[in-house]
Design a protein around this ligand. Structure first.
Ligand SMILES: *[C@@H]1O[C@H](CO)[C@@H](O)[C@H](O)[C@H]1NC(C)=O
Ligand SMILES: *[C@@H]1O[C@H](CO)[C@@H](O)[C@H](O)[C@H]1NC(C)=O
Length: 324
């Protein structure tokens, strides 16, 4: 299969993903009602959480009790075709990697946070591929009973996640169980187009993003807090495998086997809104250390984004669409 055909396939899959994400986007009214239902369940957890609050609970900076953590800034998603790992032990656990002719959709997501629970920092995520059928643990239902698990429909899995500060690595590991790694993530504003790379490894992993001004769709005159964000797109997040999922899930009876239940992934609800979104040319500068990928030459750029993270789902139901 030549590169053009692959790009076509990829474009089709990306379109499907977008349609999927937006077709499950709820109207504000439903969200409001559902949020109310969910918050009563979350209140119980909140009281429990306060008693056992870890050192990092003071980092909570959310604007909504259902989403205690908030990140603001901008990010780019640079999709590319990547080979699936040759060894199946490198596949993400509790899910199925989706591939076509040995390739899947990976690439990178690069984020610049102006606001986070631990101050400004940068993040670089190497995306490993599309995943389906993620098995997540959602806790016992409130009336007691067995441990419940759900199956998530479709997501994007990250192979490794790098952050630019030590405190960000600590909070990722201790609060959400994300295996983050500290790296040097250099941004250069100048440059005719966005460039991702070359990546180098010296004392530690180093990433080089240039042309970053293209990631700023909004200028300093319109990035004030007063600018509207749209979206409130519900997403599900399984931090231990660094995967984001479309909010589509199916009930699945918890296994009688406790070991299976323990293996199911922890899941959090996440909400995404932004002020501006666009497509930009983006070049991938590869070197020998880069894994084999076929870049698409484009990146999705999202500016003035707000990512809100909820606590781990533990009330027996994910409750994005749940009927009460
Ligand atoms: C980063 O990338 C830019 C543009 O490709 C290049 O000019 C610069 O030398 C690179 N820096 C490093 C440290 O590799
Ligand atoms: C941001 O401001 C610039 C001029 O300062 C303007 O050209 C642009 O349209 C504004 N963008 C938005 C999304 O308001």
């Amino acid at each position: 299969m030549d590169r053009l055909t692959m790009r076509l396939h990829l474009a089709i899959i990306l379109c499907c993903l977008c349609i999927l994400a937006f077709s499950f986007h709820l109207s504000p009214q439903t969200i409001h009602k559902r949020r109310h239902d969910a918050s009563s369940a979350l209140n119980l957890q909140w009281q429990f959480f306060q008693k056992t609050a870890p050192a990092f609970s003071s980092n909570e900076n959310g604007l909504d009790a259902s989403y205690p953590w908030r990140f603001e800034g901008r990010f780019i998603f640079r999709p590319s075709l990547v080979r699936v790992p040759s060894d199946s032990k490198d596949y993400p656990p509790c899910s199925k990697l989706i591939s076509l002719f040995g390739y899947t959709i990976g690439g990178s997501v690069v984020l610049e946070y102006d606001v986070s629970p631990v101050g400004p920092y940068r993040e670089y995520v190497k995306m490993g591929g599309l995943v389906a059928l993620g098995r997540v643990s959602v806790g016992k239902s409130l009336d007691g009973g067995a441990e419940q698990t759900n199956i998530l429909g479709l997501g994007q899995w990250g192979t490794s996640l790098y952050v630019s500060t030590q405190v960000a690595e600590d909070v990722c590991k201790e609060v959400w169980g994300v295996p983050a790694i500290v790296a040097d993530i250099e941004f250069e504003e100048s440059g005719d187009i966005l460039r991702d790379g070359p990546d180098t490894v010296a004392a530690r992993q180093k990433f080089n993003l240039s042309g970053w001004k293209s990631a700023r769709i909004l200028t300093s005159t319109n990035t004030s807090d007063s600018i509207n964000r749209f979206g409130n797109i519900p997403i599900l997040w399984t931090p231990t495998i660094k995967a984001l999922w479309a909010p589509v899930y199916f009930p699945s009876k918890g296994s009688n086997n406790d070991i299976d239940n323990e293996k199911a992934l922890p899941v959090h609800r996440l909400r995404l809104s932004a002020s501006a979104i666009g497509l930009q040319l983006c070049e991938r500068v590869q070197n020998e250390q880069s894994y084999d990928e076929i870049p698409l030459g484009l990146a999705l750029v999202v500016d003035n984004v707000m990512i809100e993270i909820g606590r781990r789902v533990s009330s027996g139901s994910i409750s994005i669409f749940s009927e009460d």
